[in-house]
Write a protein that binds this ligand. Structure first.
Ligand SMILES: [Zn+2]
Length: 367
């Protein structure tokens, strides 16, 4: 059997994917036409030709176009619903999607209110559940760079982070399960966000910050110590400090790794230099994710295939990563049991005991 078919049918969860970066290309174009006055139709068409981004900043300018296009309850519902279709096509049973809620409500003249977003998420999610049998929950992101001003001294204003915490608390009944921290890590360390994350955790929300992507292991250290991270988005640069690796292993803090995103954003030059396998071998719980599939041009299945090919992982390893994704998710216990039993069923139907040990050799790697 071909690797792409195996990966496509394997039940799995995706824990690090931005809603704005997962807008289906057809939906982005539809919204660009709907909002002609934004003048972004041409740029969206370019997006669909898989532009190679040169830098983190470059990537963000495209990302912001996608964010601008979500301007009403119906837009959110449509984007979420089509995300659900994509999940069904890749057999992604459950997703935790990161939403830049503050930017949606404050950065552009969208006249969008928090309740509009909640209603859209709820509508899209319910319809996707009915039509595609998939589930989604949300992480509200704090834009780290917007809190700092000045040089000497560097001034920190917690207002935005406090607002996002408030939105997340209100959103719990709509499926918001945690808060995150996103943006460029260098020059925006985690330490000042300590209180907000502490309050979030006290109120039952999870701490799921980005760290160790655009800055080194020190940033991961801050996420662990200051933000009490439950999981870390990326975290790949933990590899630069074995003390941080040891801490992640001991505390069993999983890393939600997005390999192609790291290559496209120049964190590593090639997949062979990516530390995914090293982190896995060192005993860190790793999951595979696509980050911004529509912008980066790589689906979750593409990520599984890329990792399998580069590091010669066996099918058993891919099953292990799929199981990790369910186990360290914040799906309900009932859902987790259901998805894990689906994976067991999948193993039974695709691989007999004998085949399991030799599956790697039997798979055709020409997908
Ligand atoms: Zn991300």
């Amino acid at each position: 059997m071909k690797l792409d078919k195996l990966v496509k049918t394997l039940p799995k969860a995706e824990l690090h994917v931005h809603l704005e970066g997962a807008i289906a290309p057809t939906v982005a174009l539809k919204l660009a036409h709907k909002y002609q006055h934004l003048g972004v139709v041409e740029k969206v068409e370019l997006l669909q030709e898989s532009i190679i981004f040169q830098s983190f900043e470059d990537f963000h300018s495209y990302y912001q176009i996608c964010m601008q296009l979500m301007r009403s309850t119906d837009d959110f519902a449509l984007v979420v619903y089509e995300c659900g279709r994509d999940m069904m096509n890749q057999n992604i049973r459950y997703r935790e999607m990161y939403i830049s809620i503050y930017q949606h409500l404050h950065i552009w003249e969208k006249n969008l209110h928090l309740q509009d977003v909640f209603d859209g998420l709820l509508m899209g999610c319910q319809k996707a559940r009915d039509d595609f049998d998939v589930e989604m929950q949300w992480i509200f992101g704090i834009p780290r760079n917007r809190h700092f001003s000045g040089r000497n001294p560097r001034i920190f204003d917690p207002t935005i982070a406090t607002n996002v915490l408030d939105y997340a608390l209100q959103g719990r009944e709509y499926g918001v399960i945690g808060i995150g921290l996103g943006g460029n890590e260098s020059d925006a360390p985690p330490d000042p966000f300590r209180n907000v994350f502490q309050q979030a955790k006290q109120m039952g929300l999870r701490s799921i910050p980005h760290a160790g992507e655009t800055d080194g292991a020190n940033s991961v250290w801050g996420a662990i110590k200051e933000l009490q991270a439950d999981r870390i988005c990326h975290g790949v640069r933990s590899i630069e400090d074995m003390n941080v690796v040891k801490e992640l292993v001991e505390r069993q803090i999983p890393l939600d790794i997005c390999p192609t995103s790291n290559i496209r954003l120049n964190i590593y030059p090639t997949m062979s230099q990516h530390p995914f396998q090293k982190l896995d071998k060192l005993g860190i719980i790793v999951t595979i994710n696509s980050d911004d599939p529509s912008i980066i041009g790589s689906s979750l299945c593409d990520e599984y295939i890329a990792v399998a090919k580069e590091f010669e992982y066996t099918i058993n390893d891919l099953v292990r990563f799929a199981k990790n994704s369910i186990q360290v998710s914040y799906a309900t216990t009932e859902s987790k049991t259901k998805y894990l039993s689906e994976i067991s069923q999948w193993e039974k139907s695709y691989l007999t005991n004998t085949q399991q040990t030799t599956a790697f050799q039997e798979v055709t790697y020409d997908s």
